[in-house]
Ligand binder design. Structure first.
Ligand code: RP5
Length: 175
């Protein structure tokens, strides 16, 4: 046997295999993981305020005011469950991973937004029925209150965005 022999054969003739080399890290998959972490900002908002129309902004503004006063970071997005269903699904599916803790969802008329949001996230969803031009807000109120079992949505009063902000703040204080 020379010193250069890489696998010396023992006297009884059975070669002892080298221990398995540790698996190579999956460098192919790393960029995806890094991208996910890059999306989690240090100052990421804790509450997402979403609403079905830009016209809902004045009605939803009290929720943001309450959160601001409580020092809770939030973001505001306009997206309609009926007019932008893909946007709603994408936003709500990514919400928890982005660091959001609560969603506040306001909508008027056939107000599907809070329920659709709850269908796409495990985060607590606080619904705000917004008074429309007819039916005194009862349309949105019932749409948000009458969620089927298994898809929970907290329903505030008609135009109850202030309480939605307070409710979200209480949830965050518990987490
Ligand atoms: C809902 O339809 C919105 O939340 C809004 O309250 C209502 C009417 O929408 P616009 O016609 O004002 O955009 O989706």
């Amino acid at each position: 046997m020379s010193e250069a022999d890489p696998m010396p054969t023992p006297a009884h003739g059975v070669a002892i295999p080298e221990p398995d080399a540790p698996p190579e890290p999956d460098v192919e998959g790393m960029p995806d993981v890094e991208a996910m972490f890059e999306e989690i900002e240090v100052d990421a908002p804790l509450v997402g305020i979403i609403m079905g129309s830009a016209n809902d902004k004045p009605k939803m503004q009290p929720a943001g005011k309450v959160l601001e006063e409580a020092g809770i970071r939030y973001e505001v997005r306009v997206m309609s469950a009926h007019r932008n269903p893909d946007t709603v699904a994408e936003y709500c599916k990514a919400a928890q991973m982005r660091g959001l803790k609560v969603l506040i969802a306001g909508a008027g008329m056939s107000a599907a937004l809070p329920g659709v949001a709850a269908a796409h996230t495990s985060l607590p969803v606080v619904g705000v029925p917004i008074l429309g031009k007819s039916l005194g807000g009862i349309d949105a109120l019932l749409a948000i209150a009458q969620m089927p079992p298994g898809v929970p949505v907290a329903c505030m009063a008609v135009d109850g965005a202030k309480n939605a902000g307070l409710y979200a703040a209480r949830i965050i204080e518990l987490t």
